[in-house]
Write a protein that binds this ligand. Structure first.
Ligand code: ZN
Length: 152
């Protein structure tokens, strides 16, 4: 798998950020994701829908994954997410053999990306200031909803 150049990484992250902002505009939790194929094609995109669908399992990564439909293999695919993936979504990455995870930020929440790296998944952590600002602002305004989302 080719290494991801910065310009491509930033443009892929921008799609996930658009999804996060769409979720926020719906009154939801601003986490967005996108799944890209080995050739860079956008396969699916989505955002967290816990509030909108009253469904705690509707995470950004699962939404993007479902939007992509069925694939025989996930080798070479990249899951892009605005926030470090939780254990559930980290499990999804391993279950289906997604090769790479591009993480917008891991400072407001540190999920399973180190564990994924230990198991051979390529992790690209961007430490993106827009992603951090989006989550910090959301958490400050919605502490109860945030704690519900992270199970605390
Ligand atoms: Zn998740």
């Amino acid at each position: 798998m080719d290494r991801l150049d910065q310009a491509t990484a930033r443009s892929w992250l921008a799609t996930a950020v658009e999804e996060a902002r769409a979720g926020l505009a719906e009154g939801g939790i601003p986490i967005g994701a996108a799944l890209h194929g080995p050739d860079g094609t956008l396969l699916g995109r989505g955002h967290n829908r816990r509030v909108q669908d009253d469904d705690p399992s509707a995470h950004a990564e699962t939404a993007a994954f479902r939007a992509a439909g069925r694939r025989r293999s996930y080798r070479g695919t990249t899951m892009v997410t605005t926030l470090s993936p939780c254990w559930y979504c980290s499990g999804l990455v391993r279950q289906f053999g997604i090769s790479r995870v591009l993480v917008g930020e891991a400072s407001t929440f540190r999920g399973g990306h180190d564990w994924l790296a230990e198991h051979g998944v390529e992790i690209v952590l961007l430490d993106d200031s827009a992603c951090i600002a989006l989550m910090r602002d959301f958490i400050a305004k919605n502490p109860a909803l945030w704690n519900e989302d992270i199970g605390e």
